[in-house]
Design a protein around this ligand. Structure first.
Ligand SMILES: Cc1cc2nc3c(=O)[nH]c(=O)nc-3n(C[C@H](O)[C@H](O)[C@H](O)COP(=O)(O)OP(=O)(O)OC[C@H]3O[C@@H](n4cnc5c(N)ncnc54)[C@H](O)[C@@H]3O)c2cc1C
Length: 469
């Protein structure tokens, strides 16, 4: 079998990449060892940034009923006294979307699989792969049954123990975090009458830190930090799980959907590209879940890569545009992993167990700014360059937003657009263009440049050079 992009793994990242590529007219095939999607929940949160990306990719109506907006996020002591955080319902990246929403991952995965097929992506279930071979102009995904799937590029979206990563010899940087936690998802019979708070909460109890998250609708999650000497298997026995849950729920009030012990890591691949092979999602980075960023980071990888593949496929940019994936996503993921680790260390610190010297402002719910792209397809040192454009929804009304670089200009005039590549001009008010004359927004919603009239021509030339255009 032959396609343009071979996607190894049909987790939420591989499926999102397939949908994005199909929307951009890039043929792709997703190869998966399972019969369908994973039936149990893992990730629970989608950020506004990714929510907006899926809306622009045409999934807004289907996603809306599957999401519950986050209301509050905090760290509390063992007695429930709030240490940091609180109501986050007023925090907005985009005017009309909550800063984050809870979902039940199997519902998202089922939606993605339907959409993957509907938009023309190929899907090969029950097809384990064992490795990858590269030549100058393409890749071959080697299947367990001796066949192969060929393509120009391959993206390894095959999760934490990635066969693809090992096959191309990419190593991990270990950022030094390792903790065992027991994660328990429950379905609450009477959610409204349960008295359980609508919150993402870290309970900094010196005896045992606990995370509690009011997930989507009637689903509620608890995560219990396992203590030295506790055997994860033993702790996962039903009697022990119900005993841990007993301060909040009992078997008359809730069913257990799944309970599993996980070792939380902080790992980032040393490169996200090896020739025509790319890594995305957990294959590229793994982080403790305290900031809810694991899957969001994987979706960021997918949207970063999709438009660049389209540009290179169509000769709108040279292959080295794809080299910008690595510095952009490695740096962003690394900072995200570091912050997720700090958010976890802060729990132990607040509990008085150990001091990591971390400031309370590192906690979630405290409004810490997101990392930004500092190298790659960005130019200039404006503080908003390399961050997500918060008026993306205003320029996303037609399909060209997903393919074109958009030069947003306040009413003072429109610059000459570069001849190569796909570029378009949009006029917005000065307030909507960050108070600048021009803001250049990429197809993945990130700001490539912020400039005034005097510098715009030079900035666009430099940007083109960095984009290999
Ligand atoms: C307890 C827990 C809580 C989490 N909470 C959050 C959260 O709140 N928010 C968040 O953003 N993230 C969270 N995460 C992280 C999130 O679950 C992962 O980041 C996400 O599932 C990764 O998606 P993926 O598509 O990269 O990989 P996966 O979901 O692991 O998918 C990989 C796919 O590749 C397939 N595959 C692998 N090897 C092969 C092979 N050899 N042949 C064929 N197919 C193969 C697998 O079957 C699988 O379908 C959490 C994780 C855990 C463990």
């Amino acid at each position: 079998m032959e396609t343009e992009v071979v996607i190894a793994g049909a987790g939420p990242v591989g499926m999102a990449l397939s949908i994005a590529l199909s929307n951009l007219g890039v043929a792709n095939v997703v190869v998966e060892r399972g019969a369908g999607v994973h039936p149990l929940p893992r990730a629970a949160v989608i950020d506004a940034e990714l929510h907006q990306a899926f809306i622009l990719h045409g999934l807004g109506d289907e996603l809306a009923p599957l999401l519950t907006p986050i209301r509050a996020a905090d760290y509390v002591d063992a007695n429930g006294k709030v240490l940091v955080g609180g109501d986050v319902s007023g925090i907005r990246l985009f005017d009309d979307l909550p800063s984050a929403s809870f979902h039940f991952q199997p519902e998202i995965d089922a939606l993605f699989l339907r959409e993957l097929r509907a938009r023309g992506g190929g899907f090969m279930p029950e097809t384990p792969f064992v490795g990858v071979e590269q030549s100058v102009d393409g890749v071959r995904l080697l299947l367990e049954d001796g066949r192969a799937v060929s393509g120009r590029w391959l993206v390894g979206c095959d999760g934490a123990s990635s066969t693809i990563r090992r096959s191309v010899g990419i190593d991990h940087e270990d950022l030094g975090f390792e903790q065992d936690w027991l994660v328990v998802d429950t379905r609450i019979h009477d959610r409204a009458g349960s008295g359980l708070p609508d919150v993402a909460r870290q309970i900094c109890d010196p005896m045992r830190p606990v995370t509690m998250i009011s997930c989507n609708r009637d689903v509620y999650r608890w995560e219990f930090q396992l203590q030295p000497g506790e055997d994860p298997k033993e702790m996962n026995q039903p009697g022990n799980v119900w005993s841990l849950l007993s301060p909040w729920v009992n078997p008359l009030m809730a069913d257990i959907i799944r309970s599993a012990s996980y070792r939380f890591h902080g790992l980032v691949a040393t490169t996200f590209r090896a020739g025509n092979v790319f890594l995305a999602g957990d294959a590229a980075h793994q982080m403790p879940p305290f900031m809810g960023q694991g899957l969001n980071s994987g979706w960021r990888d997918a949207f970063n890569l999709a438009w660049k593949m389209r540009w290179v496929r169509d000769g709108l940019a040279d292959d080295c545009l794809l080299d910008t994936y690595d510095p952009e996503r490695i740096h962003h993921s690394r900072v995200t992993v570091e912050r997720s680790i700090e958010a976890g260390q802060l729990i132990d610190q607040f509990a008085g167990r150990v001091s990591h010297g971390i400031k309370p402002g590192k906690a979630y719910g405290s409004g810490t700014a997101r990392p930004r792209y500092e190298a790659g397809a960005v130019v200039g040192d404006h503080p908003r360059t390399g961050t997500v454009y918060d008026k993306w929804h205003l320029i996303g009304g037609d399909a060209s937003a997903l393919t074109h670089m958009t030069v947003v200009s306040s009413n003072r005039g429109v610059p000459a657009l570069p001849a190569r590549g796909l570029w378009r001009s949009v006029a917005l008010s000065s307030a909507d263009s960050l108070g600048a004359d021009h803001v250049v927004v990429r197809p993945d919603g990130f700001i490539a440049a912020v400039c005034d009239d005097a510098s715009v021509d030079a900035m666009l030339r430099e940007l083109c050079s960095r984009m290999c255009v």
